[in-house]
Design a protein around this ligand. Structure first.
Ligand code: AKB
Length: 312
């Protein structure tokens, strides 16, 4: 049975990943860590600032963890507001987690992002291996992180694995400070107010995925036969690509009265414009069987059903 330590466990992905892994591997085998205490802990939890390498090492060692999933990071829009802080947190946290994994011989996972691409990357069906010259601090962190994970694999033989996540849509913990967050906010506002003002412009396509598919992708990649992995880190994964009008139209199929207008935020729009319209997940499909179950309409039905109950 795996013993897994998760950093950033109170965040958007982390909070649901903890629940998923506790179901798969047992509550006592998953240690949640985060800089902020989360109100409803369902198992082992420790406070951890990921820039504190010594404490990270101690926690992993005491828990006898054989796997570390490093989720703690600042997202794209917040990283643009505080670039130096983002560099220190995103790169400092990552290198600490990789070192702990190397010292204790653990399996390692961390997510990269579609943010690792930039304006000179091919925009449509972006290949797995392509030009990566991002123009955001988050993107710089993600490309450096992908390379660092590859380095730890080739230099030290560390079992590093990772995916490039698109925008993730979920109904448990709201994301914070991302560019794709509009695709989460829109569902909350649809249920609460029946209308939404989009900060992303009409016609801006970005890749997205529903959280249950993202969590399954992490489990599947970590369980994959290493001999089949040609790439190890930063697999392109995606379930759908849409622009704001398309998600609004999908909501209107369930709530015909829903309306949307636009007030574009230039900072987040510039980030969105620098990212691909759609990425190609063929390598993930071929090397470890990646598959997403939810398309846009299936996700919309599920999101609205859950949020109508939750926000009653
Ligand atoms: C963000 O918008 O910053 C993230 C991402 C795509 O990495 N959701």
């Amino acid at each position: 049975m795996k013993k897994i330590m998760i950093t950033g466990a109170s965040g958007q992905i982390g909070s649901e990943l903890v629940a998923k892994l506790r179901k798969e591997y047992g509550t006592e085998n998953v240690l949640a860590t985060d800089i902020k205490e989360s109100a409803n802990q369902t198992g082992p939890f420790e406070k951890l600032d990921v820039t504190d390498a010594k404490r990270m090492h101690e926690l992993a060692k005491n828990f006898e963890a054989d796997t570390i999933m490093h989720m703690a990071a600042l997202l794209s829009a917040t990283a643009e507001e505080r670039p130096l802080f983002a560099w220190n947190l995103n790169m400092g946290g990552l290198v600490n987690a990789l070192e702990v994994a190397r010292e204790l011989n653990m399996q390692f996972f961390t997510p990269s992002s579609i943010g690792a691409f930039g304006p000179s990357t091919p925009k449509n069906n972006t290949p797995q291996d392509t030009l990566q010259r991002p123009t955001t601090m988050y993107g710089v962190n993600k490309v450096a992180g992908e390379l660092l994970c590859d380095y730890y694999f080739t230099r030290f033989g560390l079992d590093t694995r990772g995916v490039r996540f698109p925008g993730l849509i979920s109904n448990v913990t709201p994301p914070g400070g991302g560019t794709t967050d509009y695709a989460v906010d829109i569902y909350y506002k649809a249920v609460q107010e029946g209308k939404y003002t989009s900060y992303i412009a009409q016609g801006s396509y970005m890749d997205m995925m529903y959280m249950p598919d993202a969590l399954q992708a992490i489990v599947d990649l970590m369980e994959a036969n290493p001999e089949k992995l040609i790439h190890r880190n930063a697999f392109n994964v995606t379930a759908m690509s849409f622009e704001p009008e398309e998600i609004a139209a999908s909501i209107r199929k369930v709530m015909p009265e829903f309306t949307m207008d636009y007030k574009v935020d230039p900072v987040r729009q510039a980030i969105a414009d620098s990212w691909p319209n759609s990425i190609d997940p063929t390598a993930a499909k071929e090397e470890w069987g990646f598959k997403a179950k939810f398309d846009l309409d299936a996700m919309t039905i599920d999101m609205l059903n859950v949020l109508k109950e939750k926000l009653k």
